[in-house]
Design a protein around this ligand. Structure first.
Ligand SMILES: C[S@@+](CC[C@H](N)C(=O)[O-])C[C@H]1O[C@@H](n2cnc3c(N)ncnc32)[C@H](O)[C@@H]1O
Length: 243
């Protein structure tokens, strides 16, 4: 497990330093299926510098964000969803970006400074053991990250812990249906590209419910044809659940 995390960290620290815009999850083959088409252009125009094209959905569009809320973005990268959410929660709210890659945190902080956004904070830490107090968050959002986390069950238990009662998560992620070919599953490089770490959709939903969430709903689903066959499909999904 630790090896996979090291591969993931190495990959995203390189992306953070190289200042280039990547395809979805840094995987070139998935470029054409990514979020770029989904973000509202007006909404990202002034925060575009934080958009590395690493997402696979637009969780902020489904999160019903309001003034004064506390929002936590898991695997915040260069901060794109943090900065979008910061507009909704205003000066009375705050948005925290959590990422385990030091170089991503540094890049996000630099972006916040350049953009003059002050209702945000970036924290270094792992989703499976968040440096966040229990029951303090109104919305957990995340974009194309949990597929990279080896212990997704632990991640959802942690998400449940940090949310307030009636708080919600809105997560965009990659999942699969059918049987993933073994060579794909085993490749750590593909894991870092968000393909091999994709969990079976039904197992993923079961983990969420086991963590205690209610009203679990798939809000959006899209198939990646280039990775799919008659027996296997790779999907991007945006899922919501309530504590
Ligand atoms: C595919 S990128 C997505 C970045 C951002 N959400 C976006 O849409 O641009 C994945 C990010 O998640 C972070 N990450 C992966 N696994 C993590 C973990 N277990 N805990 C915290 N951060 C993690 C990586 O460092 C990387 O910045």
């Amino acid at each position: 497990m630790q090896d996979i995390k090291e591969v993931v960290k190495e990959k995203y620290s390189k992306i953070a330093i190289e200042v280039k815009q990547e395809g979805c999850c840094g995987s070139e083959a998935a470029t054409t299926n990514c979020m770029a088409e989904n973000y509202n252009p007006e909404e990202i125009a002034d925060v575009e510098i934080a958009n590395l094209g690493l997402g696979c959905g637009t969780p902020t569009a489904f999160a019903d964000l309001k003034e004064g809320m506390t929002v936590l973005d898991l695997g915040s990268g260069a901060g794109i969803d943090v900065f979008i959410a910061s507009k909704y929660v205003g000066s009375t709210g705050k948005v925290i970006g959590l990422d385990m890659t030091q170089e991503m945190i540094a890049r996000a902080e630099e972006n916040a400074k350049k953009l003059g956004i002050t209702n945000v904070a970036f924290k270094l830490g792992e989703i499976e053991k968040m440096p966040i107090e229990s029951a303090t968050v109104d919305r957990v959002i995340s974009n194309c990250v949990l597929n990279l986390v080896p212990d997704k069950g632990k991640a959802f238990v942690e998400i449940y812990r940090v949310l307030k009662t009636n708080g919600e998560f809105i997560i965009s992620d990659i999942v699969s249906t059918g049987t993933m070919p073994d060579d794909v599953r085993k490749s750590a490089e593909l894991w870092a590209g968000c393909v091999a770490g994709a969990m079976d959709k039904d197992e993923y939903l079961a983990l969420i419910k086991r963590a205690g969430f209610k009203e679990v709903q798939i809000l959006k689903e899209k198939k990646y044809d280039e990775y799919s066959s008659d027996h296997f499909a790779l999907l991007s999904v945006t899922i919501r659940g309530k504590k």
